[in-house]
Write a protein of this length. Structure first.
Length: 133
């Protein structure tokens, strides 16, 4: 029997200082925690995968397909595949969240200390999700 994969997700997310950390990658989904610093943002992007973000602490703004919504602890936001989106930290403290991608979006086990590092690795093709072939 397979072992139970278990996280106290808010604790995991809050103890990670990294911009992006992949916690788990499966065949069809991926669990990632993120910390957006004060005045920071994820950056405007479009994924070919669905994304569900749950906010653990901090305050921010979600921009999805041109619509804006304030977000805070306990909020959940869905970003359908193909929608342009960005998330900005509007508060004094880090905006901390976890997100589920379906299918995976990042390299298994990836840790990106900063947004700049994440952007560079993506541009260099070093943050590709696993393939199922």
């Amino acid at each position: 029997m397979a072992s139970v994969i278990h996280y106290t997700i808010a604790t995991e997310a809050e103890k990670s200082p990294d911009f992006r950390r992949v916690l788990w990658t499966g065949e069809h989904t991926q669990l990632v925690i993120m910390t957006i610093p004060k005045d920071g943002e994820i950056g405007e992007e479009i994924h070919e995968v669905d994304q569900i973000l749950t906010f653990v602490s901090g305050t921010g703004k979600a921009i999805i397909g041109g619509s804006e919504k304030a977000v805070a602890q306990g909020d959940l936001v869905v970003v359908p595949a193909g929608k342009k989106h960005n998330f900005l930290n509007t508060g004094e403290n880090p905006l901390i969240l976890y997100t589920v991608y379906g299918p995976p979006e990042h390299a298994d086990g990836a840790v990106h200390k900063t947004k700049e590092e994440a952007d560079r690795l993506e541009e260099e093709g070093k943050d590709e999700p696993p393939t199922s072939d």
